[in-house]
Design a protein. Structure first.
Length: 94
């Protein structure tokens, strides 16, 4: 699953088009995708990984986004897979 999401985010980012994410209730899985996308973009721009802050920011507009522990853990696992795809962590700040 992580590879599919990471591949999708790379394709979406390169398209320079607006991104629409929708699940059955509009907050759980779509919120999880938005959090993952937001974190990856922040890593690219600022070299900062902050899952908690990304979810908190999304919840300002969508209060029940990333609504389960499994979805929250999913964010961490996919971001870990993303970071593991790099051979050198020297550019990432602590």
């Amino acid at each position: 699953m992580a590879c599919t999401i990471l591949t999708s985010t790379n394709k979406l980012a390169s398209s320079h088009s607006p991104i629409v994410a929708q699940c059955s209730n509009g907050v759980g899985r779509s919120g999880t995708f938005c959090a993952i996308y937001s974190i990856i973009e922040r890593v690219k721009q600022e070299q900062i990984v902050d899952v908690f802050q990304a979810v908190k920011d999304i919840r300002r507009n969508r209060p029940r986004a990333v609504g389960t522990l499994d979805q929250y853990v999913c964010c961490y696992k996919i971001i870990q897979d993303y970071l593991d795809s790099f051979s050198d962590y020297a550019n990432f700040t602590k």
